[in-house]
Design a protein around this ligand. Structure first.
Ligand SMILES: C[S@@+](CC[C@H](N)C(=O)[O-])C[C@H]1O[C@@H](n2cnc3c(N)ncnc32)[C@H](O)[C@@H]1O
Length: 189
């Protein structure tokens, strides 16, 4: 939505310092699964912490976000970490994902349910999807958060029927405001 895109750009323009790299714990825990060569796409990459971490694991990374400012901050984090990432400014409401292109796709803290089928199709056979975003427990911390952008219990496990689930966890209690899934695109037979 255009207003969301403008809001995010404005938010990132208020950023004064380049943040230190803070990779999501999921990327650290599953580093062995993620490392290797080949193309990775980080959707709604923001300031590119996930993109930079994937690049550190050897991946060629495309960091996609609607905010140019966020990607510019990400480039500075990448330079500081001594890796290269490719920034791509695009609006995911109007950007057709290419088919069968990526070895890894990540999406953290961004929920656009209409994109789910295209995310699966954009993976090469054997490619990995890592998806993690807020679930309904997040309302405890941020009561005004738009509930449409929160995963419902069990939703993630049903959202990628064409992929093989490796691990899927819903926040089982109020201390877990995130749900996540790691899934693999089937190898061609
Ligand atoms: C909560 S941030 C998450 C950023 C990053 N993935 C992370 O976890 O740190 C959500 C991101 O989605 C991006 N975004 C929102 N709507 C978008 C759209 N329609 N197309 C592309 N990016 C979008 C915003 O610019 C923002 O960087």
């Amino acid at each position: 939505m255009r207003s969301d895109v403008d809001r995010w750009e404005e938010k990132y323009r208020d950023t004064t310092a380049v943040p230190s790299l803070i990779p999501d714990p999921l990327l650290v825990h599953y580093a062995d699964l993620l490392k290797g060569e080949g193309l990775a796409l980080d959707l709604a990459a923001g300031t590119c912490h996930t993109s930079v971490q994937l690049a550190r694991l050897g991946r060629q990374v495309v960091a996609l976000d609607c905010s140019l400012t966020a990607l510019q901050i990400g480039q500075r984090i990448a330079a500081r970490e001594g890796v290269r990432i490719q920034g791509l400014v695009a609006d995911l409401d109007n950007w057709p994902l290419p088919q069968s292109t990526f070895e890894v796709i990540t999406c953290f803290r961004y929920l656009n349910r209409e994109l789910f089928p295209a995310m699966g199709n954009a993976l090469k056979p054997g490619g990995l999807l890592l998806y993690k975003t807020f679930n309904q427990h997040h309302l405890r911390e941020v009561p005004r958060f738009n509930p449409n952008y929160l995963l419902r219990p069990g939703e993630l496990a049903r959202s990628f029927p064409d992929l093989e689930l490796i691990v899927c966890r819903d926040g089982v209690n109020a201390r877990e405001p995130y749900s996540f899934a790691i899934a693999r695109s089937p190898q061609k037979t």
